[in-house]
Design a protein around this ligand. Structure first.
Ligand SMILES: *Cc1c(COP(=O)(O)O)cnc(C)c1O
Length: 449
């Protein structure tokens, strides 16, 4: 029996990989033609199957193909697509009211989400939050808050960083193509330091931190720095995990100089790495945390959470936005957090991570193109390089990914050189499907030598 395009999604969808047409199938190809007519070419698609329903660990397309999802819509549907508590709360909220603008007339959902964020983010100090629509908007606002709180202008960021596509966040993002090329001039007062990248620098965390703060100290000057913004595990930049000790050393350096440490946990947060936040792994307590992606089970919501006195440094009316903390998005976030607690998704992320790490290590033994297996919890990646070197091999990464797509597994690539395959399945995936997906990944490596 084929799931029809009108089947409801969510966890009741049949959990299986099943291809009934080529990928993309004829129905998707027809729609792709319409996309070409009506949607700007600048909006690309990784895998052009049009989705009819999704849930558990699968996406079902308009041709009735059922694909295994190893991408979660880029780390968003951590609790699974159309997760029951998300659907239920959004449905109730939509029937009650859809928008008032929190800055005009407030409502409980917004405050409830901020209360949850204070409880869940690293550190036990007094915290406050402000809510926005996208990750980039949260990062921009974290910088606004840091500047208002410190009276300083400069912002420190890192090699391979990704912070978004708005003007300020383009300046903070490292990679030119496709994120920045042709879109300048960029915002001023953004300075880039070298990241800890164990495969490529061989430095300990302490050594890499010393190298980074030397650049910040000598080229910017701590006295001019409002904040240092870092992804505790880099996302688009290649799932780069800094060497142990790097983040704590950076945090110490910042604290001693009253430079605010901003953790961009937009991709790594909300159970993804096997803790609530990636900073928790080394007990790093940032001054401000940005969240988005996994926070709301697929609805657009983002937040800045931080020390109450820093958050309150901004004058009344200085933070906000028409839709920031929209009631439907807040309801979704409360539903997503409920799912995370109910199903103990930090523990589940660790278990998913163990399965993936085991499968990827085996691949690394068999295929010398795999230069590194890295990540944490359900945020794992392999970096592909020409054997015996650290010369990136994006062609092989693309070929492996294309094979997976045509065999019904949604995989994503990333990395400064496009040579990293990243795996971030919804935590609602079954072990059986997860293994089946990695059987396909293994076939893909064998078929592309
Ligand atoms: C995705 C991402 C962003 C930008 O979020 P958007 O919602 O796409 O604006 C910022 N930082 C990190 C670490 C991200 O992964």
């Amino acid at each position: 029996m084929t799931a029809s395009p009108t089947s409801p999604g969510g966890p009741t969808l049949p959990q299986r990989r099943r291809l009934v047409t080529d990928i993309p199938g004829p129905e998707s190809l027809t729609r792709l033609e319409r996309k070409r007519t009506h949607v700007a070419d600048g909006v690309g698609t990784t895998l052009p199957v049009f989705v009819a329903a999704a849930g558990g660990g699968v996406l079902v397309d308009v041709d009735g193909n059922s694909l295994i999802d190893l991408g979660s819509g880029i780390a968003v549907t951590t609790v699974g697509n159309a997760a029951p508590a998300v659907v239920e709360r959004v449905r109730e909220q939509a029937a009650a009211f859809t928008h008032t603008c929190f800055m005009v007339t407030p409502y409980d959902g917004y405050v409830d989400v901020c209360e949850q964020l204070a409880e869940l983010t690293p550190g036990h100090h007094a915290k406050k939050s402000a809510l926005f629509n996208s990750g980039a908007e949260a990062v921009e606002n974290a910088v606004k808050i840091a500047r208002a709180a410190t009276g300083r202008d400069a912002v420190g960021v890192f090699d391979h960083a990704y912070h978004g596509r708005t003007n300020l966040t383009m300046a903070m993002t490292a990679k030119s193509m496709p994120y920045k090329s042709g879109f300048g001039p960029f915002a001023a007062e953004v300075y880039r330091a070298p990241m800890s990248y164990p495969l490529r620098d061989g430095l300990s965390g302490e050594e890499a931190a010393a190298r980074a703060v030397d650049v910040l100290d000598k080229q910017v000057g701590a006295a001019n720095l409002a904040c240092v913004v870092i992804e505790p595990i880099q996302g688009e930049g290649g799932f780069v995990v800094p060497a142990p000790g790097f983040l704590p050393a950076l945090a110490r350096w910042c604290a001693e100089r009253d430079v605010l440490l901003v953790a961009d946990e937009i991709q790594s947060g909300f159970c993804r790495t096997g803790d609530w936040f990636a900073c928790d792994h080394e007990a790093v307590v940032p001054d401000l945390v940005t969240t988005a992606k996994g926070i709301a089970g697929g609805l657009p919501l983002a937040a800045v959470t931080g020390r109450a006195e820093l958050m309150d440094a901004v004058h009344v009316g200085g933070l906000g936005g028409t839709y920031g903390g929209n009631p439907l998005a807040c309801a979704a976030a409360l539903g997503a957090i409920e799912e995370m607690r109910r199903h103990d998704l930090t523990t589940r992320a660790r278990a998913v991570g163990e399965v993936m790490a085991g499968r990827l290590r085996r691949l690394a033994e068999e295929h010398p193109v795999v230069a590194a297996v890295r990540g944490r919890g359900a945020m794992m990646a392999v970096e592909l390089c020409h054997p015996g070197t650290t010369d990136p091999d994006p062609v092989r990464a693309g070929a492996v990914s294309a094979y997976c797509h045509s065999h019904g597994v949604v995989t994503l690539t990333c990395g400064t050189w496009g040579n990293v395959l990243r795996f971030l399945p919804p935590l609602s995936i079954t072990d059986e499907l997860l293994h089946e997906a990695f059987d396909v990944v293994a076939e893909a490596f064998a078929a592309t030598t």
